[in-house]
Design a protein around this ligand. Structure first.
Ligand code: G1P
Length: 298
């Protein structure tokens, strides 16, 4: 029997330089897909998977995140007075229970592994924990982390979300060397962070959802410097491969958007817009117009 996954770490300390100048004054995680900040998608996914405690690893300039998750009684009162019940519900859906969120600062940008390690004292040394990278937004009928929790109940060990990516993109990811392919789950015999082009063990890439054995935290204590001179989470997970717990990749069902890139962010915006009843028709009409104009110009 695996233990329940109730805590998740959200590494949100990055500077977001790819989105400058916007990120000069707002954290990247507050940037919105339609009308919900990136971080809200990550939180909703975690909640659906049964997560009860949310640990944010932040840095200077991320104060807006704390405000975002605070209750807003004045705004709520105003909406109630005006009878805007729907909006009130939307707003209340973003409220977090008192004490459910903790914020830890990563004082130096030493890598993803280091960011996760910063949260070590808030975890139970015997319990598995989840890590969610909010840049990876995944649209799915059943939220990705929930799919993983179900698969993890069968495998135990440590599990990473995985997806086949095009050959020219794979060296931007953590990449899995597959021991046994069981369909949606694979067992892993090797894992390498950002392999040099041409040396990738496969094109099965790690996507930003993890369920990790507590021992991964111990592995992070070694502070091994990896790809790009950073302390990599991938390396600490790879240290689990030789144990009897093992490491698994999980091919989730759903569409992943790389919202750490501008193109990915725009694609997600369009896709989420088209999935909304209140926006679909108008947006689709505009897209049709646009492609008709392009076709006419060619
Ligand atoms: C991080 C991880 C990498 C993973 C990727 C998924 O890399 O280190 O293993 O494949 O997220 O988005 P980053 O995108 O922060 O360079």
């Amino acid at each position: 029997m695996t233990r329940k996954v109730t805590k998740a770490i959200f590494p949100v300390a990055g500077l977001g330089t790819r989105f400058l100048p916007a990120t000069k004054s707002i954290p990247k995680e507050i940037m919105t897909l339609v009308d919900r900040p990136l971080i809200q998608y990550a939180i909703d996914e975690a909640r659906a998977a049964g997560i009860k405690e949310f640990i944010f690893v932040t840095s200077r300039g991320k104060g807006a995140l704390e405000d975002y998750f605070d209750h807003s009684p004045v705004l709520e009162q105003e909406l109630r007075k005006k009878g805007k019940d729907k909006l009130l519900e939307v707003l209340k859906g973003t409220n977090m229970d008192s004490g459910a969120i903790a914020y830890i600062r990563q004082h130096k940008a030493l890598g993803l592994g280091h960011a996760v390690w910063c949260a070590r004292r808030l975890l139970d040394p015997k319990e598995p924990f989840a890590v969610i990278l909010p840049d990876d937004v995944i649209a799915a009928d059943k939220p990705c982390l929930q799919q993983m929790v179900e698969a993890y109940e069968e495998t135990g060990g440590s599990m990473v979300a995985a997806m086949e990516v095009p050959a020219d993109k794979v060296s931007a990811y953590g990449v899995l060397d597959v021991k046994e392919d069981m369909g949606s789950s694979v067992s892993v015999k090797g894992m390498v962070e950002k392999p040099a082009p041409g040396t990738e063990p496969s094109n099965l890439a790690v996507i930003g959802r993890y369920i990790l054995d507590p021992n991964v935290m111990k592995n992070l204590n070694k502070m091994k410097s990896g790809a790009g001179g950073e302390i990599q989470l991938t390396d600490a997970i790879a240290d689990e491969i030789e144990t009897d717990r093992g490491v698994y990749g999980f091919r989730f069902a759903g569409q992943r958007f790389d919202c750490g890139s501008k193109a990915g962010f725009l694609q997600a915006t369009i896709s989420f817009g088209l999935s909304r009843d209140d926006l679909r028709d108008e947006l689709q009409e505009y897209l049709d117009e646009l492609s008709a104009m392009r076709a006419a110009a060619q």
